[in-house]
Write a protein that binds this ligand. Sequence first.
Ligand code: MN
Length: 481
Amino acid sequence: MRALAVCRDELVIRTLHKVLSETFDIEFLVESRPLARRLVDDQIAASVGDPKRIDSYLRADLSPSTCVIVEDDGRRGLKGVVTAIRDAGGSLLYVLHAGARPSRRKKPDDLKALVPELTHLDLADLLSVALTTELDRALTRARVQQYQRYFADVDRVLILLHNEPDPDALAAGLALRTLLRRTRATAIIGAMKGVTRPENLRMAELLDIQVETVTAEEFAAFDRIATVDVQPHYFEGLLPRVDLVVDHHPEQAGYTTVFKDIRPDYGSTCTILTEHMRAVDVNVSERMATAMLYAIKSDTLFFARHTNRSDLDAFTFLYPLADAALIRKMEGAEITLERLEHVTRALATSRLEEQILSAFVGETTREDFIPYTADFLLQVEGVRWVIVSGIVGGQFIVSVRNLGYSRNAGEFVKACFGDIGSAGGHRALAKAVLPAERFRAKYGDLSGVGIAARLGELAKDFLADTLNSDKKPAEKADAKS
Ligand SMILES: [Mn+2]
């Protein structure tokens, strides 16, 4: 493909030549004869001509399919150049703003009026993405090299995960071990309570990730301890010391660590660790890439919740390195007969009103069946809020899910259950745990259908109430007094 660049600045010319000459057959039109000579001496195709004259372009054999780039260095005469190019038959026109920031954003685009296909490019914008990424990477590199050195010459290393490690925790453990250049023998990936949920087990099995159970007494035997996908406060003072924390949950106070990289705006810990790996040029194996890709996918619900540009970048980087078939296999594990049975039980009591689906699964053996059922039911067409409840070992568990752009689920559980148990969460997902008898004391001794209906009603009121309170707070205060 042909490109013709109308430029004045030698640095701009040489830069364009360097980045475009591989893809384009690029030629430069300049006004200065000595400049043209210097360029030609360096094998850069250049000719001399007045950019405001049509014949300069006719001589350059301009056609409608030639890409024309015009450097705008802030001097006058740009309109004349664009007019000449148009009159010579050029239409694929790019104006590269290289000088002072143009005020074009405020006034109507008179250049675009001349050539509708014209595109504005800002040199500063074009450079900033690449430059910021590169400088960011340099900062990350320094940070990673520091903790690598700090972990280098010791015997026993513990990479500690939260209880019931999920894909993000498992993959993060593996990633950090690789970054520390250690093996299973020299760095343990551990948790106080190991993996039990079927999809997590399946991942650990398929990718051969061993999570060892560690007790509080054993912590002292390690020379270095890192926590990933979790912060030390989670262990309630059981950790004697922490050397490194890598996490994407909101930063917590009340602990000290030698190194930390906490980025709450990231969708997964593996996104942070992908950046660490790229910064120090670690070789990412297929197994590693598969684990991390699966982690990012599952922590961000495939980008449906809390995601940013970095998560997408990490995903794009890992995707070609990973084993897609293996990921499909791990995802398939999410449906088990037991889980389907809970969905069926939920359906038997469910009530759907105003896009709010509420259901009760009854007594069950494992708490995770309840959020699973809630996630599952949120996929149902026409459903925007899901409240699934159930009882595990005398505890009443409530799991709330909604499509992200709705009212805050965390506030809902706090309002309904904050006074009789623990309740909390975010905008799109929340949970409450309370003794079953306290639920009965507050809301009555209800049947399964009754419980589902009552919670559905509470959600309906909550949504209506917050809607009203947005619009007319005064009225709401009156009603309450
Ligand atoms: Mn995570």
